[in-house]
Write a new protein. Structure first.
Length: 243
């Protein structure tokens, strides 16, 4: 039997963007585990949360907190460490860094500084929900989280009305019903899928028109973030009335 090739060692002065599980710990990759073991430091969105993950896999590494409100200061520190030759892994609480999570600022700063950035791909709620939704995957538009203010949310949704592909949103359990109400006003005839508790024991996909899903959601627990997917416009469907 041929011996598998030895993976190449981590490169100095490289920022590694390491995807972590979004629920099921078995979804971490062998490459992600090796990167976390071999790096010099881990920049984490929440060091307590990442600490639990590292302990589960028997990994001990120094960590640096990196989140929305200290991005500017931490980016400078991370870049300085990379310039000294360190190998740094950046992780968020779940999924791929930079997808509705911190990471984009330090990636841009590292590239401007001429440093190497390498993605270590893995779990991503966007991809998991889209591929299992049953909606079109030929073309899709990822929106992430909508604004909290009602007027801004409605304006954002209206601006998406002409997009031909599937729309994908992230939403908290506290605002999902509100979003469904807005979709019922603007896109009442479109197919919608709610994906909740992805990769976990109680993973569930709810499918229907917005009005139907409002009724379904009332009878279910609202726990964890939702991925909300809106199917493409149907031919000859009536357009939403402008305000």
């Amino acid at each position: 039997m041929q011996t598998p090739p030895t993976p190449p060692p981590l490169q100095p002065s490289t920022l590694y963007l390491v995807a972590t599980p979004i629920g099921n710990l078995e979804d971490i990759t062998l490459r992600a585990l090796r990167t976390l073991r071999e790096c010099d430091m881990i920049a984490a969105e929440d060091t307590r949360h990442t600490g639990q993950l590292l302990r589960h896999f028997g990994i001990s590494k120094p960590m640096l907190s990196y989140f929305q409100f200290n991005e500017a200061r931490r980016s400078e520190e991370i870049i300085a460490r990379l310039k000294q030759g360190e190998k740094i892994a950046l992780v968020t609480d779940a999924g791929s860094p930079g997808i509705s999570d911190p990471g984009g600022r330090v990636v841009a700063a590292a590239i401007r500084a001429g440093l190497r950035v390498e993605a270590v791909p893995g779990a991503c709620a966007l991809v998991a929900a889209l591929t299992a939704s049953g909606l079109s995957t030929d073309e899709f538009h990822f929106v992430g989280f909508l604004p909290h203010k009602s007027g801004q949310r409605r304006n954002r949704l209206q601006s998406l009305a002409s997009i031909a592909g599937t729309l994908v949103f992230y939403e908290s359990p506290f605002r999902t019903e509100k979003l469904l109400g807005e979709l019922n006003e603007l896109f009442p005839s479109r197919d919608v899928v709610l994906a909740r508790e992805l990769t976990k024991k109680f993973e569930e996909f709810l499918r229907g028109r917005p009005a139907e899903l409002i009724a379904q959601l009332e009878a279910r627990a609202r726990k964890g973030e939702f991925v909300v997917l809106v199917g493409p416009p149907k031919e000859n469907a009536p357009a939403a009335e402008p305000e």
